[in-house]
Design a protein. Structure first.
Length: 156
């Protein structure tokens, strides 16, 4: 972004107030992309995360970067994809929807009966490449004309 602003040499304005992301999520891009200059709107700061306990119980934060050691980037038209990464993401989402991070000592019958504490619409998968987003299967069992807008990098 910085390079684009410098090379284009056009006047620009930094929008420094965000209204959508949970503060635990917005803190990362603010820190690493905007030098801490993007803040959360007051009402965003006041609303609390409904899933904070889930993140603590299952050892996952409100966002997660997954480093998949094996796999290979493939050029797909004008985009890129990595099938191994797409499968890893699909497995993580499936685990979350089935109740997530069960204890090693929990028997399989208990694990089968455990219901998910996370709804599909509460999970967002972001990919910077349309080729990658197209490889990540939507977990919805019933296709509908209004798919989860958080899925596959779509914006809403």
């Amino acid at each position: 972004m910085e390079r684009l602003i410098k090379e284009a040499a056009h006047p620009h304005t930094l929008l420094d107030l965000q209204y959508r992301m949970e503060p635990l999520i917005s803190s990362w891009p603010s820190k690493f992309f905007y030098r801490g200059m993007v803040e959360d709107a007051e009402y965003v700061q006041k609303r609390s995360s409904k899933r904070t306990w889930w993140h603590a119980e299952n050892g996952m934060g409100p966002y997660c970067f997954v480093d998949v050691k094996r796999g290979k980037e493939i050029k797909r038209g004008n985009s890129w994809s990595n099938p191994t990464e797409a499968l890893a993401i699909a497995s993580i989402v499936e685990m979350m929807l089935k109740g997530g991070g069960q204890d090693q000592d929990q028997d399989e019958e208990d694990a089968k009966n455990r219901t998910s504490s996370v709804k599909e619409e509460e999970i967002g998968v972001i990919s910077f490449y349309s080729g990658q987003a197209s490889l990540i299967p939507n977990p919805s069992p019933n296709p509908n004309p209004n798919p989860n807008p958080n899925w596959g990098g779509q914006s809403h």
